[in-house]
Design a binder for this molecule. Structure first.
Ligand SMILES: *Cc1c(COP(=O)(O)O)cnc(C)c1O
Ligand code: SF4
Length: 346
């Protein structure tokens, strides 16, 4: 076993272990863990300062996961949009390819909570081959998002095989890896892994940080290794109640990401994934957070705020209103609230 695999193997997976460590009554969490698995590896556990801090809320089960009557099993209708198992083809020119069933930590707010880390998420050589076949015979797909689960939990050998097979498809222009590993298990990003990924350019990595406390020296080293391998890095952050639903927290996170050479890509309204209702925020909160960034800090620090519409509608961008009147003379209110105007062209 490699170093990172040993760390992963020492994860907390039972509420009793959690109870011992934090002196809490873990009994109510046992039923939650039977339905939705828990995995908190020693690295991420070490960042949790105590019950209900922003990292705790992301990692530790909550009894409310079992009483959510608002949200949906499959909020993005992914199963119906999969022509073959584990390949979601929703948009014309790109596809989402689920190649791993496990993660370095099971996030309580996961959009694929229905299956990630459970037997429901069956990824095998067979499903991967079927996905590759589908991509091969669908040349409209020019961008493949490799996700899961977390693809970087696959072994180096398996990743090399998979990425090699994707790269061999002439219509695949871009490969994107969606991974939370730089945040939740940064020691997985070895120099060997970075050298391996570099062989499959143009390859992008979109990672996932939600709170400034996750921007550790280890995470910075992981991002550095990837960036030094010429991999453009993006971040998809999810707005979560009691975790990061405040302008100053998001601003610190965005600035910290940029210092690690990670470009904030999306800021998501949490999906309506069953078992996560207690973590969702109001859409208005996200729009106010975005308003607090636009103009007040560099454009590089401003992600696209979006919600992914239930039923497979896709991502809908959300923007604060700046246009106060359209027409030959357009009227605006700028980021400071000052009125401005512009004479239309054309
Ligand atoms: C989010 C998503 C994509 C990628 O969308 P981008 O806006 O290109 O990042 C592709 N397919 C599916 C099914 C998705 O959910
Ligand atoms: S890393 Fe991503 S896929 Fe895995 S549990 Fe977290 S949100 Fe879900």
């Amino acid at each position: 076993m490699s170093h990172w695999q040993k760390i992963l193997a020492a994860s907390l997976t039972s509420p009793a272990q959690l109870g011992q460590r934090f002196g809490i009554d873990s009994e109510p969490l046992a039923a939650v863990c039977r339905r939705y698995p828990m995995r908190i590896n020693p690295y991420y556990l070490g960042l949790i300062t105590g019950p209900h801090d922003p990292l705790w809320r992301q990692a530790v089960p909550d009894p409310r996961e079992l009483t959510d009557t608002v949200c949906l099993e499959d909020p993005l209708d992914e199963e119906n949009l999969s022509p073959v198992p584990n390949l979601v083809h929703k948009y014309p020119d790109r596809a989402l390819f689920l190649v791993a069933s496990q993660c370095a930590m099971y996030c309580r707010f996961c959009t694929r909570k229905r299956k990630v880390g459970t037997a429901q998420m069956a990824v095998s050589d067979e499903t991967i081959r079927a996905g590759l076949d589908y991509i091969r015979k669908t040349p409209a797909i020019r961008d493949v998002l490799v996700s899961g689960g977390d693809p970087l939990l696959l072994s180096d050998e398996r990743l090399a095989w998979l990425l090699g097979a994707l790269r061999a498809i002439p219509s695949v222009e871009i490969i994107r890896i969606g991974t939370r590993v730089p945040c939740t298990l940064p020691m997985r990003v070895t120099t060997r892994l970075a050298a391996l990924l570099k062989r499959f350019h143009p390859l992008y990595v979109n990672t996932h940080f939600n709170h400034p406390a996750e921007l550790t020296a280890e995470a910075a080293r992981a991002c550095s290794r990837l960036a030094d391998a010429g991999i453009p890095l993006g971040c998809q952050t999810v707005l979560l109640r009691g975790v990061n639903d405040a302008p100053l927290v998001i601003r610190r996170l965005m600035h910290g990401l940029l210092r690690m050479r990670v470009k904030p890509y999306y800021l998501f309204q949490a999906d309506m994934s069953r078992g996560t209702d207690h973590l969702r925020t109001k859409v208005e909160t996200g729009i106010e957070i975005l308003r607090s960034l636009i103009g007040h800090t560099s454009g590089l620090a401003v992600p696209t705020l979006a919600l992914d519409a239930p039923g497979g509608g896709g991502k809908i961008p959300l923007l604060p209103e700046y246009i106060s009147q359209m027409g030959q003379r357009l009227e605006f209110v700028n980021y400071r609230g000052v009125p401005c105007s512009y004479l239309n062209g054309g």
